[in-house]
Design a protein around this ligand. Structure first.
Ligand code: XIL
Length: 373
């Protein structure tokens, strides 16, 4: 699985260069409204950024991102496998570039992520002793959180620590460090990064059982006298099945705990998901796309309408609770760059964001803007 993810990193890094022709075309287009301006009194509007975008190698993206977004999350470059590949080896270059990019463009950075079971470096995955893992855990959090304190706006301190039934995921951290590892991660982050907001982030935590697990985590951190500033609901949903009622209840339940609520990785898939039918293991279903890529040449209007309506419904709900929501971040600037073209099946054609493959605003973009009117 890690290997697959690392392939995606390479893919997303290399595939998103816009042709020069496209730049010219975009420059001739009349200006479109700005998401960050439209919602400036409501919440931050963020995007995930890949390497090419951080390095401004993608001209169309370099033009669009600062106009539309005032928040960003590195899609991969601050994950442990990339930023901390060996015991005493750190690759800070890209993260430092991201911080500079954010400063230049007035974009608040949420660093992603300190403690996560996925995209771990090989040396961590082969650790067997609690002492060694604790040493990695302490060094990793302390080194990164202190280096970027005050330079990034926030950290996803712990990512995806829950199973669907609300129990703690049986990750290497739970198995070797015990269930207090989550509180300890926040304690270390708080010490190293006193000027940085600290969040718990996960997917499907709008669902009742998993939400109850997240509520327990937040309560436990607070009961230990440790700081947690917010909770991120990732928001990887299917456009045709957005759990609006559960999302609304989650906004209420989480904010009642006194933390900020964020939607941190929003994208709406329009493709069939094999998991919905057979609940198979990720690696088992991530095969090739033969016969499973229904819209390789464009989205039919009927499906485009479902996507548009999905985004419209969501933003109406977000605005209703804008006093509790601090940020909405899209997981990818445009459709071509989205991880959902390669997950859970590689090589498909998905349409989950507000901008098409030529960075043109889609009907969903205009529907989101219109929710403010
Ligand atoms: C994804 C990236 O988008 C891909 O490029 C990478 O190959 C795998 O990870 N939950 C998270 C994100 O917290 O970090 C994941 O990002 C998507 C699911």
């Amino acid at each position: 699985m890690i290997k697959i993810f690392i392939t995606f990193v390479t893919l997303t890094t290399t595939c998103s260069f816009a042709p020069l022709q496209l730049q010219a075309q975009n420059q001739n287009q009349s200006p479109i409204p700005s998401l960050k301006e439209t919602f400036k009194n409501d919440f931050l509007i963020g995007t995930a950024l890949n390497t090419a975008q951080i390095q401004e190698k993608d001209p169309a993206a370099a033009q669009l991102i600062p106009l539309q977004f005032n928040a960003a999350t590195p899609e991969n470059i601050m994950k442990a496998a990339i930023i901390h590949p060996g015991w005493d080896q750190y690759n800070f270059t890209l993260a430092d570039q991201l911080v500079a990019y954010g400063q230049k463009n007035k974009i608040k950075i949420t660093a992603h992520t300190l403690i996560w079971h996925s995209q771990l470096p090989d040396f961590v995955r082969s650790i067997k002793s609690p002492d060694s893992l604790r040493q990695f855990f302490t060094n990793h959090i302390t080194t990164l959180a202190s280096r970027y304190d005050g330079k990034v706006f926030s950290w996803d301190v712990v990512n995806e620590a829950l199973e669907e039934n609300g129990s703690l995921r049986k990750s290497i951290f739970l198995q070797l460090l015990g269930e207090d590892y989550i509180v300890e991660a926040f304690r270390l982050a708080q010490k190293a990064a006193p000027h940085t907001e600290l969040y718990y982030n996960d997917y499907n935590i709008e669902q009742p059982k998993k939400r109850a697990g997240a509520v327990e985590i937040i309560k436990k951190i607070k009961a230990a006298g440790v700081r947690i500033d917010g909770v991120g609901i990732q928001g990887h949903w299917r456009a045709s099945h957005i759990p609006l009622a559960e999302i609304e209840q989650s906004i209420l339940d989480f904010s009642a705990l006194g933390v900020k609520v964020m939607f941190t990785e929003l994208d709406l898939s329009v493709l069939p998901n094999p998991w919905d039918r057979d609940n198979a293991d990720v690696s088992a279903t991530a095969g090739n796309s033969t016969g499973k890529d229904p819209y390789p040449n464009g989205l039919p209007d009927s499906v485009q309408n479902v996507l548009t309506k999905g985004y419209e419904d969501l933003f109406k709900l977000f605005l209703k609770h804008k006093d509790k929501i601090s940020r909405i971040t899209f997981w990818g600037v445009n459709d071509g760059q989205s991880w959902l073209n390669d997950f859970p099946i590689r090589g498909r054609t998905n349409y989950p964001t507000l901008f098409d493959r030529a960075y043109k605003a889609k009907p969903a973009f205009y529907a989101v803007i219109a929710t403010k009117k």
